[in-house]
Design a protein around this ligand. Sequence first.
Ligand code: AMP
Ligand code: ZN
Length: 478
Amino acid sequence: MSQKDLYIYNSLTSSKEKFKPLRNNNVGMYVCGPTVYSDVHLGNCRTFISFDIIFRYLTHLGYNVRYVRNITDVGHLEDSGEDKISKKAQVEKLEPMEIAQKYTNGFRDVLKKFNVLNPSIEPVASGHITEQISIIDDLLSKNLAYESNGSVYFDISKYNEIDSYGKLSGRDLNKIKSNSRDLVNQGDKRNEFDFALWKKAENNHLMKWKSPWSDGFPGWHLECTAMSNKYLGDEFDIHGGGIDLKFPHHDCEIAQAVGFTGKQPAKFWIHTNMLTLNSKKMSKSLGNNILPNELFSGENKVFSKAYDPNTIRFFFLQAHYRNELDISESAIQASEKGLKRIIEMLYRLNNIEVSKKNSDKLFDQIKSWEKNCFNCLNDDFNTPMLIAEIFNASKLINQIERSKDFGKREKEYFLNLFDNLLDKILGIDYFKPSADNDSVLEILLNIRDNARQNKDFELSDSIRNQLNNLGIIVSDKD
Ligand code: AMP
Ligand code: ZN
């Protein structure tokens, strides 16, 4: 099996399919980003970390990935019909764009602590109003939308003449209850399933734009169609988001895009499962959300101490992204121990002295372990299986420690492999000392001392410089 034999579970077909990009080596991936009206919680982070793994792995496979993750700063309504950002702006007595900026900054800051890579493009909905208006114009001209009292709605019954609405979620139209967010203006709609493309704003509404229909704002679903189409084209490889977005958001996106371009927008739909607390979905509205910064600083009341972002990231990766994951202190502590074991394994490996001779036998064993690891990733990014394989490597390291013929070639290959898996693909920043890992720091300093004694100044300087970058000053007595 080549490393490119990647299979991904496609929510659109409910099956694992072999991944092949639509355009040679280029991959287009769109992921629905946060609505920036409050702090992101750990559940949101789990979803963005899952897509970070997907982005990292596709990049590792050599694909040229254009990863677009939007910022929703307009159009996402409360059940009461108020715009979430506008409402928060009134509460905090700030401009709506100050709210959006404040929480976008917070979101980026938290993801950075989690070692999540930046997307290639991070477009904001309010910066793409003209694109959204053009799509509405197009849908109106095709009779797939209608205007009503200054608002514009997508016409589901007309759409069903060209394709069936609700394909992704597998909803039966007869059983679909209208999204409560749209109920406010139900009087304007012809059919309860129709959803808003444009809403006429009330006089006191803060965020509104001019349009041919009214001074108003776009419906939430439309921004993702406008931005994915603009940056990735009519057809692209992957569209992702949390499983709670499958319906209605993603089914609406498909309907808008098919209406606009005549094509299915994404080949693969990937949905991540939810983080729960005491088996209940973590969410802002339920009030059971844990804020990452509170967990990192030890201020969160549910937990007895502070936990490092690396530990939490590792904890998330020990579950498959398509499975629900319940967060608890005992589970995080188990992950903390597990991560420590892996880091210790790595340092042991680093410390093994190489012999003059290479060993083909060990080299083959390392390569066969490598194959097992990549088989896990190729099976729908199975990170829990990969982590189990990484733990398995300890047997191989024990064997190497006993053997006398561990050559430079094997050592470099093995260390490089570890680095690729842990650092580049899983995004575990294993050099970063955590609130509770003085012992890791001690191990690092020991390795550095050994390196200096062996006159391996490249390694010793590299450790010193990396620690210095983290604010840990290492001084030599001699
Ligand atoms: P929002 O800011 O509410 O639009 O959510 C941003 C992303 O976080 C979406 O992809 C949601 O599906 C996802 N999300 C929300 N709650 C959770 C949760 N408890 N666990 C995992 N992902 C979540
Ligand atoms: Zn979206």
